[in-house]
Ligand binder design. Structure first.
Ligand code: ZN
Length: 500
């Protein structure tokens, strides 16, 4: 068996190297590549993805995996986990016919081009045709993957392995019944908070310089990672020891870099803290998008928008921006960065209203996939749900149905992971707080090592070894995802800020 394991590991290592080389190209594409490189880069990425897919779906890998499944490794061991996770990935990769994979790749890449233009021209009708095809291809893929309860499960499974739409539905229902009234209560008391302090100009280089302080303080290792700029912030890794993040800087929007840097930093901490023994296997990195997002939201919101955090950092920020902030109190600044109000655009939404944007997308995706909603009727359905959840109708499609890139790139079943991440951040954090009750006091002194250590021990080091539900149970004792800690946090925080 050891020999077979060594052969499997060597084969997976080759695939790993191909994938991570592609990641370098992808990172470069979004950071430094000149526009003229786009066509060649698309070819290179498509070639590497084809090579990787061919190597991974070879019959020999399947034979090695089924032999090794009999080896009797201990469930928690790296060996058993590697066989288990590789088998899951392998089964998924083998289910899609190559012809469908190719058609999806071509359509999704075209979809992004069409969407970019349609969004710029605020015109959904340009996007309708290709989106219809994208929905249809997703339905075909879901049928090929197979599912037990709902077609949505097959697509959700790509991002949140093992999670069912019904599970998401039930936790979202709990959240919805609490958040909708909270949004209303805040709206009735909206004068309690203003964010005029943020509506000033802040020098971009100074924003960058400041952002590096908390980024390194929370534990981002500059020897094993770096930060660059990009139009849309993201995190990617080429190794446990080389994790890249990006941020964006706007003179008029200091919050974008402040919280974007902490958000991507949170993703990066998860990647940098996989056990070194998992390097070069399929097991390094995050286990699901929801768990990944729990780490970014934790550092961005639970820590980065807390009073304790700014007790330490606000005087420093004032030193960086004396003209703008010297006469503004910590309390005013804290309220400003937590201001909540309905908005059209998801990525600009605050902690309270954010999830309503996700409910809307989750419900529309389900309707599209079960064919109860036609793509032609999507903009109207979008606007009706915006009115229902947020009390506002987008003035145009760019601020409505065309705002997100996900569908144009073929990603359906992805959106719920953002809200799952919000919920999980608190499910995990409330357990950390039980174990280390003085965390907020530590934050107010600029100390984050204990919290990072807790996450490293309970979550990060395991990489992909355990599924999200396995991790939740091991870490919190809960049988699955649970909204209570998140709701308790959000109600407490916003009742305090808005004096509800
Ligand atoms: Zn994220």
């Amino acid at each position: 068996m050891q020999e077979k394991l060594d052969i499997l590991k060597a084969k997976l290592k080759t695939i790993h190297d191909v994938n991570y080389a592609a990641a370098v190209l992808g990172w470069d594409q979004q950071t430094y590549m000149p526009p003229g490189g786009a066509a060649a880069r698309a070819e290179q990425l498509s070639t590497l993805s084809k090579i990787s897919h061919e190597l991974f779906t070879a019959d020999e890998i399947g034979e090695l995996l089924s032999d090794l499944a009999q080896a009797g490794f201990d469930y928690d061991s790296n060996e058993a986990s590697l066989v288990r996770v590789a088998q899951r990935d392998y089964d998924q990769a083998r289910k899609l016919p190559p012809q469908l994979v190719e058609e999806m790749s071509r359509t999704f890449s075209m979809g992004q081009q069409v969407w970019t233009k349609a969004r710029a021209e605020k015109d959904f009708s340009q996007f309708q045709g290709v989106l219809t095809k994208i929905v249809d291809l997703n339905i075909q893929a879901a049928e090929a993957y197979g599912y037990e309860e709902s077609i949505y499960d097959a697509l959700l499974n790509q991002y949140e392995p093992g999670m069912k739409a019904s599970e998401v539905q039930s936790v979202f229902a709990t959240l919805k019944s609490a958040l909708v009234p909270l949004v209303q209560a805040i709206a009735e008391n909206k004068d309690a908070v203003d964010d005029l302090v943020l509506q000033q100009e802040f020098d971009e280089q100074t924003q960058w310089d400041f952002g590096l302080l908390p980024l390194q303080a929370i534990g981002f290792d500059m020897e094993r990672g770096r930060q660059d700029k990009s139009a849309h912030p993201f995190t990617t890794s080429f190794s446990v020891n080389d994790v890249r993040i990006t941020t964006r800087l706007h003179k008029e929007m200091i919050g974008s870099a402040l919280f974007g840097t902490l958000h991507e930093g949170g993703h990066a901490l998860y990647e940098q803290n996989s056990d070194q023994a998992l390097e070069g296997t399929l097991l390094a990195g995050g286990t699901s998008l929801g768990v990944h997002e729990s780490q970014s939201r934790l550092w961005e919101n639970v820590v980065g928008r807390s009073k304790a955090f700014w007790q330490f950092y606000y005087p420093k920020l004032q030193d960086f921006f004396p003209a703008q902030l010297k006469s503004v109190s910590l309390d005013s600044f804290y309220k400003a960065i937590n201001k909540s109000e309905p908005s059209y655009v998801r990525v600009e939404a605050d902690e309270v209203t954010y999830n309503l944007h996700i409910f809307l997308r989750f419900e529309l995706e389900q309707s599209l996939l079960n064919k109860s909603l036609r793509v032609a009727d999507l903009p109207a359905a979008w606007n009706a749900k915006m009115e229902e959840y947020l009390g506002m109708t987008p003035p145009n499609d760019a601020l409505g149905v065309l705002q997100d890139i996900h569908w144009s790139g073929g990603m359906m079943g992805y959106f719920p992971t953002y809200t799952l991440g919000n919920i999980l951040s608190l499910q995990f954090y409330s357990k950390a707080l039980q174990d280390i009750p003085d965390l907020p006091e530590q934050f107010s002194k600029g100390e984050f090592g204990a919290l990072l250590g807790w996450f490293r021990e309970h979550i990060h080091r395991h990489g992909r070894k355990f599924t999200a539900n396995e991790l939740i149970e091991r870490v919190t004792g809960d049988a699955g995802i649970k909204a209570d800690p998140y709701l308790k946090y959000i109600k407490q925080k916003y009742s305090d800020i808005y004096q509800l």
